[in-house]
Design a protein around this ligand. Structure first.
Ligand SMILES: [Zn+2]
Length: 165
């Protein structure tokens, strides 16, 4: 996964990068159906546990900065086995375009965790505590979907079908 040279990563970014939404779409009034479907399907196929989707709050360790959870597009998906979490994170990243994934945080990876983001279209291994924002070793993966996916449970279902076909 991490053997990619810096030059290849830059090339991949140019070829595959997608804009990152973050909190640009603002806080949602409630749960979004596509996000809820995504979490249900992860539970069904990968035995994860839904640790939360929509909640209006600030980012962990960053008061005053809205969490992407507030938009209703982020989910925390728990699993007791960190190896399984790592495999799931890799699998989701490799199907990120199909699944409409914008960001993945895999806190239990390595020493400080790692993050995948759609604009660089690659993983970044965290190098300090600040980057994992107080969640080092957390046995869950945080996943953010595109606004389109977050609102379209049928599209989420269709993407999972394609992923397994
Ligand atoms: Zn989260």
């Amino acid at each position: 996964m991490q053997q990619r040279s810096a030059r290849q990563t830059v090339a991949a970014k140019k070829a595959n990068g997608r804009p990152y939404t973050g909190t640009k779409d603002g806080a949602a009034k409630g749960k979004r159906k596509g996000t809820e479907k995504f979490v249900d399907l992860l539970e069904f196929f990968f035995k994860t546990k839904n640790l939360g989707t929509w909640v209006v709050r600030d980012m962990r360790g960053k008061p005053g900065q809205l969490s992407v959870h507030a938009t209703g597009r982020a989910s925390d998906n728990g699993h007791g086995n960190v190896k399984k979490l790592e495999e799931l994170a890799d699998g989701l990243a490799s199907h990120a375009d199909l699944l409409g994934i914008e960001e993945i945080h895999n806190y239990s990876y390595g020493k400080f965790g790692r993050g995948w983001r759609c604009d660089r279209h690659a993983w970044k291994v965290y190098e300090n505590e600040k980057e994992s924002a107080g969640s080092i070793g957390g046995k869950w993966i945080h996943v953010e979907l595109t606004p389109e996916m977050a609102d379209d449970p049928k599209k989420v279902e269709e993407a999972f079908k394609q992923m397994f076909s």
